[in-house]
Design a protein around this ligand. Structure first.
Ligand SMILES: *Cc1c(COP(=O)(O)O)cnc(C)c1O
Length: 393
């Protein structure tokens, strides 16, 4: 008999009833160090007092009004994002998937309205993940995403990661945009080298196509910059955001330049909940912390500390671990066993990590992680690895 909850997730038998900072707590009081943050969502950890205050204060006043009316919290958050990023304008969504939908629509509409309606094709890269809607799975093209859900939406061309020749060959007069994650999350913490990001920007300018960056997972301070692309000194035309921007409240956004957004006039897009007062009140409180340079310094410092520690674990457990990759607090340790086995061994040590493709175990802790917590995470990962290492001969 089918479960009351549609069984699309293979869930771990963990039941958290409370969160405190970097910790998740089960009903019996058992504490887990949370190095997953709900997959890069709880950027300020659990139950951050400023977020609790922002949410409860707004909840006591007004939960929802339609986007038929002005929403001051939404205008304030958009203004802050415009002030702190490349963007001239922002549309709020409730998830990364919805941000993907709008990014694709916006790119096509921009060329349509510019008298180049043939420019509809979006170029994407293997290992990418942009969400679970019909457009987002078509963007991925991976068999495990699309099999059984056909007909797959046309308009996406899938390219090998890192193959410059294939990319150049794929650009035609029907190409609308390149869509890429500056650091692939689900794909296994694959960092797009700075040079490649610069190269993509130059290529888009040369060919007259849009650069769409998916910063749903790597944005909002995760890599030690407010947005991951900043390290390359180039900017996108359109950027998808979600996850960390709401700190655990469902919130997403599409940020864009004025030119890229020029087709999105009144009536071309909408959302009932997107940019609601609750989400935007929380988003403002999150951004107050994450946009602070000293906050980002902590991300960089804790990232370096964890990375060094992970490197030492690779040396200590060569039969379990292979290598370390990532940026800031978006780190991956490559395992020689199934990453799911490593994640399970972590649960037994009271440690939450997240598996990804390419044999990666992800560490995506709250960006508020302390130095002592980083050390504790490394100790627990060390203990977990010891349970998986083969018996010495
Ligand atoms: C999680 C994720 C998405 C989808 O976000 P949802 O909020 O689950 O819809 C899209 N892109 C990237 C890079 C993601 O990590």
């Amino acid at each position: 008999m089918i479960a009351p909850v549609l069984p699309t997730y293979a869930r771990a038998p963990l039941h958290f009833v409370k969160g405190e900072g970097s910790w998740l707590i089960e009903a019996d009081g058992r504490r887990f160090l949370d190095m997953g943050s709900g997959i890069a969502v709880n950027a300020l950890g659990h139950a951050h007092p400023d977020l609790v205050a922002a949410l409860t204060e707004q909840a006591g006043r007004l939960w929802h009004v339609s986007n038929l009316y002005e929403i001051p919290q939404q205008e304030a958050l958009a203004a802050r994002l415009v002030e702190t990023t490349f963007a001239d304008t922002v549309f709020f969504t409730n998830s990364g998937t919805e941000s993907c939908e709008l990014a694709v629509k916006m790119a096509r509409k921009r060329w349509h309205d510019a008298g180049q309606p043939q420019k509809t094709e979006i170029l994407t890269f293997d290992g990418c993940f942009h969400g679970r809607s019909s457009a987002a799975i078509a963007a991925s093209g991976a068999p495990k995403m699309v099999d059984g859900f056909g007909p797959v939406l046309p308009g996406f061309t899938h390219l090998p990661w890192g193959d410059h020749d294939a990319l150049h060959a794929a650009i035609t007069d029907t190409t609308a945009a390149i869509l890429i994650e500056p650091v692939q999350g689900e794909g296994g913490i694959r960092v797009l080298p700075e040079q490649c990001l610069k190269g993509l920007r130059a290529l888009c300018d040369e060919k007259g196509i849009l650069l769409i960056l998916d910063e749903v997972q790597c944005g909002m301070g995760r890599t030690g910059r407010l947005f991951a692309h900043e390290r390359a000194g180039v900017t996108p035309d359109i950027m998808m955001v979600a996850k960390g921007i709401g700190g655990g409240f469902p919130l997403g956004a599409v940020l864009a330049t004025e030119a890229a957004a020029s087709g999105m006039v009144a009536g071309t897009h909408g959302s009932t909940y997107g940019g609601n007062p609750l989400g935007c009140a929380v988003g403002l409180a999150v951004l107050d912390h994450v946009a602070d340079p000293s906050f980002l310094d902590n991300v960089t410092a804790r990232g370096a500390q964890l990375r060094d520690g992970l490197q030492a674990l690779v040396t200590a457990h060569p039969h379990v671990f292979d290598s370390v990759r990532g940026l800031g607090l978006m780190l991956g340790i490559r395992t020689r066993c199934a990453p799911a086995d490593m994640v399970r061994a972590g649960y037994d040590q009271g440690l939450i990590t997240v598996p990804a493709a390419d044999n990666i175990v992800r560490l995506l802790p709250p960006l508020t992680l302390s130095a002592a917590e980083a050390d504790e995470a490394l100790r627990r990962l060390d203990a977990a690895a010891a349970t998986l290492a083969p018996e010495p001969a």
